[in-house]
Design a protein around this ligand. Structure first.
Ligand code: MTE
Ligand code: MO
Length: 337
């Protein structure tokens, strides 16, 4: 079944996908819409599917992930007329301070992160709290590919094909109580494998914490990701489980999650605790509210170089206003930045 998030400006997949992949995906979609089993597809259509992005480094996916790939809904949501960022850039220009503060540090250092076994705790205001091995945690969810813009508060951006599932689906499973008003996410804390947690970068009070209002978390665009570029997440991108909220600045999209809590009060989040005058709880991408030290009106789309800086105008809600603006009706987004 193909579930599309309705867009007034429906876009063509061909805008972001090389022609050959686009055509073969059409075949997969056409076949699944016609109710055909995947086995009934011509071999060329199948062969063209999951990891057709150029230059993708092969991963070493756990069996549960491989098992879910065949039923993944490719390009469930995508962007218009914008090229997908090369895999190399998306995996070698990262923010993951647990592994160092330079953009190249996560790729260099995150190899030490052991993502199997991985445990996820669900607690707080829920009918069904629990502690799960990741493969059990993932059982109820069908994976979807979501091609989203990612806009960092530092004014660079990428377009990344994530693989994940809507947080709304998780909320159905865990049954929030009437007291649950926010969802809080916590990254692994393990100074033995995370050099950033034992070094002098004492600004951060580990673990890294992020949060959303419950209605934001229920928006169909908000996902938990387990993969990108047709494969499992590389460690530097937040393996094995991370948040992706494409209408907010990148720092909201917390990596390597070990705990998800439903809470009644607005969680104290990492960047807000460091500098509340610079980084708010909402952190919606907003070209009209500048960071105190730089403009947010435009951004560098990676890959970006000295001679081709690739500057673009930043869009309100990172271009997702149609889907999310209603969440903020009546709020002053200059105050609640
Ligand atoms: N645990 C944790 N999550 C994190 C960060 C971090 O330092 N630690 N950095 C954030 C920031 S600032 C950004 S822009 C994105 C970057 O995601 P990417 O490296 O996959 O592009 O991750 C976010 N999630
Ligand atoms: Mo960021």
């Amino acid at each position: 079944m193909l579930i599309q998030i309705p867009l007034a400006s429906a876009c063509k997949e061909s805008d972001v996908t090389p022609e050959s992949i686009y055509l073969s995906r059409r075949a997969v979609l056409a076949a699944s819409l016609a109710g055909l089993a995947v086995g009934a597809l011509p071999a060329w259509a199948l062969a063209a599917d999951p990891s057709q992005y150029a230059g993708v480094e092969a991963g070493n996916a756990p069996d549960w992930f491989k098992g879910k790939l065949s039923s993944t809904q490719w390009q469930a949501v995508t962007v218009k007329e914008e090229a997908i960022t090369p895999f190399k850039d998306a995996t070698h220009y990262n923010n993951f301070y647990e592994f160092g503060t330079d953009k190249g540090d996560p790729a260099k250092n995150a190899g030490s992160l052991k993502t199997e076994p991985w445990t996820v705790v669900i607690d707080g205001e829920v009918g069904k709290p629990g502690r799960y091995a990741l493969e059990d945690f993932m059982k109820p969810y069908q994976l979807e590919e979501r091609i989203y813009r990612l806009r960092c508060v530092e004014a660079w951006s990428m377009v990344i094909p994530w693989i994940g599932f809507p947080i709304a689906e998780l909320l159905k499973q865990v049954e929030p109580t009437s007291k649950a008003k926010y969802i809080r996410f916590e990254t692994l804390q393990d100074p033995k494998v995370m050099p950033g947690q034992r070094s002098g970068f004492a600004l951060i009070d580990w673990p890294y914490v992020e949060g959303l209002r419950l209605d934001e978390a229920m928006n169909p665009l908000a996902i938990l990701a387990v993969g990108m570029y047709g494969r499992e997440l590389p460690n530097q991108n937040g393996a094995p489980l991370r948040l992706v909220v494409p209408w907010k600045y990148g720092f909201k999209s917390v990596k390597s999650i070990v705990r998800i809590s439903l809470v009644s009060d607005q969680p104290k989040t990492t960047w807000q605790s460091i500098a509340a005058n610079e980084y708010g709880f909402y952190a919606n991408v907003n070209p009209t509210v500048d960071h105190p030290r730089w403009t947010q009106a435009h951004e560098r789309r990676l890959p970006s170089g000295l001679f081709s800086p690739n500057i673009r105008q930043t869009e309100m809600f990172n271009g997702y206003g149609e889907q999310v603006a209603a969440l903020y009706t009546g709020m002053d987004l200059r105050k609640d930045y």
